[in-house]
Design a protein around this ligand. Structure first.
Ligand code: IMP
Length: 447
């Protein structure tokens, strides 16, 4: 079976975790390639809600190996508590979780710096304040701490001193805050490193060996295409490469080994944090934006922030298609649109009154674009009980087909609710053919 990338096509939170969980048992391995605890997904098992930020969704499929790749950044105390929570719930990770020895460590100093930068800048990004940006900065600046560095306590102490007592700590001290004691930070990082040690491996080597031995890998993206460091709406982006191409560097896997790319997008648009969002519905209490937020439970898993909501943005989605070349897409949360008599789609952009056909390069230009709209009939029918493509109302199927036509990729899966059973694979679609779907359903709340 081909190795498959599952990638967010919007501003993150598209429901990738649910799709990965759905497909995971078709793969031997699920591997995450970028980001850190800025991501988040929740899974409820036997009534216990698990909020995961580091561990890929494949964790919930027994027997599937899970890789946290070199391209990720890890907050060790948080990651260890996720592991503890899963083990306590009876999910055994001992022989199947593999954490890259090249992944970078988020020190408390980095989270401090993230919060400080947000407070002191004139360009507030609205980050998750988990230390993601500063940790990737340190990585690119070649002063970062890698998982492999945790083992040698003396070397680790030297590296941490360089950060805390050097320019990074100075930025914190200059703002009147205390960057912490290098020795105490070292002691904690070293102890956490020892606890994590049984899971640590050269994951690039392992992945390549497994692939050579015939195992298939699902590459799990975090965040989404419009948050990509290069291609997103800079500077309102995260600090890693979220597009499918990022998996090659973030895991050490050649592009020759990627067999397919599945894009995940909501039936509408959401975004957390600052920055332009052309199709946003900032129509206040009682408005359509608020209805979408409430029906879609659009509040961040990581920060609890209300997400900004809007109609589907086909320009942004087409841009995502250009960058990722999806073989097909999964449209999640279709049911959220059930009550609306009419649904709008942003099909084009006008920049200063002139049509443009690409996503602008500057945030200033993106903030000025006005969408051009297409209005399609709603279906005003509860779709949450649909289990087969034919169960969907004709207007809902027409909406999905219209999205597919606008994006230039087939809608292969649609989500009509949070449960595992509420994902419908389109019969005969690329995904159905490639993976012999639809899958037998098993219950479990996955939103
Ligand atoms: P950072 O990744 O914490 O540095 O935040 C940078 C931007 O990416 C902010 O707008 C965040 O709200 C956004 N962001 C980061 N992770 C996620 C995510 O998992 N879902 C949605 N937005 C995210």
């Amino acid at each position: 079976m081909a190795n498959l990338a599952v990638v967010g096509a919007q501003w993150g939170d598209e429901g990738k975790g649910k799709v990965v969980d759905l497909l995971a048992d078709r793969f031997g391995v699920v591997a995450r390639y970028q980001g850190g605890p800025n991501a988040g997904h929740t899974v409820t098992i036997d009534g216990v809600r698990h909020a995961l930020h580091h561990i890929p969704s494949g964790a919930f499929r027994p027997g599937v190996k899970i890789v946290v790749g070199n391209g990720t950044v890890l907050d060790l105390p948080k990651m260890l508590s996720e592991i503890d929570g899963l083990e306590a719930a009876g999910i055994d990770l001992s022989d199947r979780l593999f954490v890259s020895d090249r992944a970078h460590v988020i020190l408390p100093t980095m989270a401090q710096l993230d919060a400080l930068s947000e407070a002191s800048t004139d360009v507030r990004i609205g980050t998750t304040q988990k230390g993601i940006g500063p940790t990737y900065e340190a990585k690119a600046g070649r002063v970062g701490i890698r998982i492999a560095d945790l083992a040698d306590r003396e070397e680790l102490a030297r590296k941490i001193r360089r950060l805390v007592e050097g320019p990074i700590g100075k930025r914190i001290r200059d703002s009147g805050k205390d960057p912490g004691d290098a020795e105490a930070i070292t002691a904690r990082a070293h102890a956490d490193g020892q606890r994590l040690a049984p899971y640590v491996a050269d994951t690039a080597l392992l992945l390549n060996r497994w692939i050579d031995a015939g195992e298939s890998v699902l590459f799990e993206g975090a965040q989404g295409t419009l948050l990509d460091l290069d291609h997103g709406c800079y500077p309102y982006v995260t600090s890693s490469t979220t597009i499918a191409g990022g998996l090659c560097a973030g895991l050490g896997v050649s592009p020759r080994l990627v067999g397919g790319v599945l894009g995940v997008m909501k039936a509408y648009a959401t975004r957390v944090g600052e920055g332009p969002m052309p199709t946003e519905l900032a129509d206040g209490p009682g408005g359509i934006g608020q209805t979408i937020r409430d029906r879609g439970r659009e509040y961040g898993t990581t920060t609890g922030r209300p997400r900004r909501c809007g109609w589907f943005d086909a320009v942004a989605a087409r841009y995502a298609q250009t960058l990722n070349r999806f073989d097909g897409v999964c449209v999640t949360l279709l049911d959220v649109l059930d009550p609306f008599p009419e649904i709008r789609i942003g099909t084009g952009y006008l920049l200063d009154g002139r049509p443009i056909d690409a996503f602008p390069a500057t945030a200033a230009a993106a903030a000025r674009v006005e969408p051009s709209w297409e209005t399609v009939p709603g279906w005003r029918t509860d779709t949450t009980g649909a289990r087969r493509w034919e169960d969907l109302p004709a207007a809902a199927r027409a909406y999905l087909d219209r999205l597919g036509a606008l994006i230039g990729a087939e809608v292969a899966v649609v989500g009509v609710g949070p449960d595992r059973t509420q994902s419908i694979v389109r019969p005969g679609s690329w995904l159905a053919r490639a993976f012999d779907l639809p899958l037998p359903a098993s219950p479990g709340d996955l939103r």
